[in-house]
Ligand binder design. Sequence first.
Ligand code: XMP
Length: 326
Amino acid sequence: MQNNKRPESMARIATEEQAQAFIAGQIAEVKAQVGDKKVLLALSGGVDSSVVAALLIKAIGQNLVCVHVNHGLLRKGEPEQVVEVFRNRMKANLVYVDAADRFLDKLAGVSEPEQKRKIIGAEFIRVFEEEARKQQGIEFLAQGTIYPDILESGPVKAHHNVGGLPDDLQFELVEPLKFLFKDEVRVVGKALGLPDGMVYRQPFPGPGLGVRCLGAITRDRLECVRESDAILREEFAKNGLAGKVWQYFTVVPDFKSVGVKGGKRTFEYPVILRAVNTVDAMTATVEDVPFALLQHITDRITKEVKGVNRVLYDLTPKPCGTIEWE
Ligand code: XMP
């Protein structure tokens, strides 16, 4: 029976020095747990799995097998960043799986939000399972479980909203961050040399852009979400809002409206901007984004993103709106 209670003697990790002491301790523990055996990790590029990867690369090097599944619903530049940071810089043993077509084919015509989530979660497990079966001699599965996951939902991180690997692939778990709170994970990530863009990332849902491309996902609207999201992030970063606003993104609904561009009538999609602040995601307030910046973002999105002729700003707090639209 694994102990899932944070030891009372464990001090908060707030400084580089404390993080280095934690890292040294975990390297020793992981080495003692896994010896010269192989460990598999689903590396999404999110804060938790990235910190686990960086820590385990230090502890066991090439015996860590990272699998990055690109489900086609990631933000612009994310898969490339995972490959750059982990394969090129940290020399990780990284398997990159481009499964975008596979996910989008499975999602074609599916409009019910929970059904979309289930398909994305189940397909993720299937792709990961296939990669796990290709690997020889895996005995351990690393997970980016953190302490709030244990407090909220029992011992296993509910990464993708559905079950887990089949019985014959039940590996022993390696969970070096399981007693850490999110702010501590970030301090450890910094100390491990991960880039700020990874360590201080805003939260991103497991189903990714799939829940921001409303209704049945189509490739053209998914591109509208991805490109408009990239512009919003770029403008927030330039204007000092990136580290200040808790979560910000764009949403593309599945209807069009009439507009006019270059003297010609258009019939194209709107983009909805959302920017919220919260402590625990249970309630949220809307960021008071300067009007001139909203105008500038609108201008850029309508000029640069193909198929978009309108931009709206969502002024709804939670409650009564949720943070995501689906
Ligand atoms: P809502 O929309 O419920 O979102 O106000 C609260 C927080 O949870 C995130 N979220 C998800 N995260 N899988 C995830 O991993 C999901 O299916 C999911 N749905 C919402 C959302 O981005 C926000 O941070």
